[in-house]
Write a protein that binds this ligand. Sequence first.
Ligand SMILES: C[S@@+](CC[C@H](N)C(=O)[O-])C[C@H]1O[C@@H](n2cnc3c(N)ncnc32)[C@H](O)[C@@H]1O
Length: 278
Amino acid sequence: MINYNSLVKKWAAELELYELPEAQNLVEWLLEQHLGLRRVDMMNFLEEKDLPKSLLDDFERLKKGEPIQQILGKAPFYGREFQVSRDTLIPRNETEELVHLIIKENPQSGLKILDIGTGTGCIPITLFLEMNEAEVYGLDVSESALAIAHKNAEELKAKVHCIHLDILEEELPIGDLDILVSNPPYIPEKGKEKMHRNVLDFEPQLALFVPDENPLLFYRRIAILGKKALKPKGKLYFEIHEDYGKDVQNLLFDLGYSEVEIIPDLNGKDRMVKGKNL
Ligand SMILES: C[S@@+](CC[C@H](N)C(=O)[O-])C[C@H]1O[C@@H](n2cnc3c(N)ncnc32)[C@H](O)[C@@H]1O
């Protein structure tokens, strides 16, 4: 017999890839999903030999560094659950901040919005559900990511039009936009060395990396497309790599955007850039 607390501690110690507090959170998350147990059940006693095989299998995957969201097939975002797969980026807290900024700054109804590089569809789905009668589009080059975005939109009852397109090669099929948003790939290849194995081995490279010699590749292309696709005074919102705030800001000024601002995330790191079409 072992109690909940001791099991959390024992298993957390086995998750060598994580710092202890994070390891404990992950084990608690797994136990909650499989057994419905929470921290408040600390005094519950468990028979280790009776733990379900599915829980033990998932724990083995966790030990190998697979992200818990992929093991469970879902991730929280802005108070809802989104399906994720090996083909989609796991939605991040920083992206919740970007979405929150857009919702806060745009209370009007009926806005036309496009998200470029939509992954799970977390951005357009949340904007549709949180804003008033928005007309929302999500675009991605990955068909398998789009299939997940489509499922999420259905599951969460959000009307999101999914578009399959390579923005580096093709023109945008829609225009007259009030808002263009993107969290594009932005990590230079050289950043791979510093990255945690659970990101590197399990998340899609297509969603993450840009060539070292051209880190602003997506920002430049999207901002150029935005000049044509946005209405006059239409707004562009980017999530950015913390090291490139000034560079993205200068790029937008050079391309003729106005009111270009860098906005930090809750950790104080440069994380968003916004601008207005003339
Ligand atoms: C950083 S992920 C963002 C995913 C999601 N929007 C989020 O914030 O969680 C970038 C996305 O851009 C997509 N992508 C990469 N290259 C692209 C391209 N050339 N055209 C369109 N989408 C692309 C990837 O498939 C991936 O889904």
